[in-house]
Design a protein around this ligand. Structure first.
Ligand SMILES: Nc1ncnc2c1ncn2[C@@H]1O[C@H](COP(=O)(O)OP(=O)(O)O)[C@@H](O)[C@H]1O
Ligand SMILES: [Mg+2]
Length: 335
């Protein structure tokens, strides 16, 4: 089927039983990803971004209760056997984690680690293998790749380690690359370079990318569509333009207001942080989880039942704010 999505996540939920009760880490998340598309997933720390992705790849501890459906080219991944999942990981869907230092093996040369990632999935001659390793290092912008391949991770800077990790993850040209806060530990200049690498990979390989971050600023100019998560739930989904220029959820507005902007003089204006803290995932408020922090006047309907994502107008822009029509009435008229 030509228009079948690459990845289709439907009502994905994850619960962790703990001594204090059940942690509802992810609550009915749904999204689809098309070939060559970059989806940004954004939300404060603890909103369920990483757990969502780990659930997709079958990497959660056994005690996690995962429900819902994840289809990769029509194949169901939830409940898939471990050995089948291992084959799929790396070859079809690969994930880059935040901390490159702990993801790379300190006692194995970087080139050999990339080579291992390749030979885990196919048979290749020694000569072709080393050429491929060098080519991958070059693709992610490592200077002197032939020499660098023989070095150990500690001889690389933080930004270079993150690139080496990306090289390892794209070694088998996965259809989907999930990058979980790949730039969070890096300084701003290096962040921009790593994002450029992701962009280049997308153009070269047509793989789809899921870019996860707590910082909306990171995905500006990179993501085609953006999913906003709050307390394990999705609160808004739209094109990057929808999210950045026509946000239709008070939480998204709050994230945008807390972004530093080039057109504000530095230091002259304090950034607006969203007041308060996200709720405990052990005891979510009834109704809208953002209600206790929402700056808009409260309304009885916000207390429950829990709002679902609904389409705004005729476009593929979804919001889980029950009062979207009221709150954004003026903006709607002018757009
Ligand atoms: N193994 C686990 N056991 C219990 N709770 C967990 C576990 N892993 C994650 N959580 C909880 O799930 C929630 C979502 O975590 P996570 O997906 O890592 O957030 P994010 O990536 O958005 O910062 C957090 O409240 C976290 O404490
Ligand atoms: Mg995370």
């Amino acid at each position: 089927m030509a228009d079948e999505p690459l990845l289709e996540v439907t009502d994905l939920s994850v619960e962790f039983p703990t001594d204090d009760g059940v942690v509802h880490a992810v609550d009915r998340v749904s999204y689809s990803l098309a070939e060559g598309e970059t989806l940004g997933i954004v939300g404060e720390s603890g909103s369920g971004k990483s757990v969502t992705s780990l659930a997709i790849l079958g990497l959660l501890p056994k005690r996690a209760k995962v429900t819902g459906s994840v289809r990769f080219l029509g194949r169901e991944l939830i409940g898939m056997k471990d050995n089948e999942m291992r084959l799929l990981r790396g070859r079809n869907i690969a994930m880059v984690f935040q901390d490159a230092l702990t993801s790379l093996n300190p006692v194995i040369r970087v080139g050999d680690q990339i080579a291992e990632a390749i030979t885990a999935h196919r048979v290749i001659s020694k000569h072709d293998l080393s050429a491929r390793v060098i080519k991958l290092l070059e693709l992610v912008g490592i200077p002197n790749p032939a020499e660098r391949a023989n070095q150990y991770p500690h001889e690389y800077s933080g930004g270079m380690r993150q690139r080496a990790l990306i090289a390892m993850m794209i070694a088998n040209e996965p259809d989907v690359l999930i990058a979980d806060e790949p730039t969070t530990a890096l300084d701003v200049t290096i962040q921009a370079q790593v994002l450029e690498v992701l962009e280049r990979i997308k153009q070269r390989t047509s793989s789809a990318i899921v870019l996860i971050t707590h910082d909306l600023g990171v995905i500006a100019g990179v993501a085609d569509r953006v999913l906003v998560m709050y307390a394990g739930r999705q609160v808004e989904l739209g094109t990057a333009d929808d999210i950045f220029y026509r946000p239709r959820h008070p939480y998204t507005e709050g994230l945008l207001a807390s972004l530093p902007r080039l057109d504000r003089r530095s230091g002259s204006e304090r950034l607006h942080r969203i007041k308060g803290q996200p709720p405990s995932l052990l005891a979510l408020p009834p109704g809208c989880a953002f209600n206790p922090r929402c700056p808009h006047a409260k309304h009885k309907s916000c207390d429950g039942p829990r709002p679902e994502l609904v389409a705004i107008g005729r476009r593929a822009h979804l919001s889980a704010c029950l009062r979207v029509d009221e709150i954004y009435a003026e903006a709607q008229e002018s757009s």
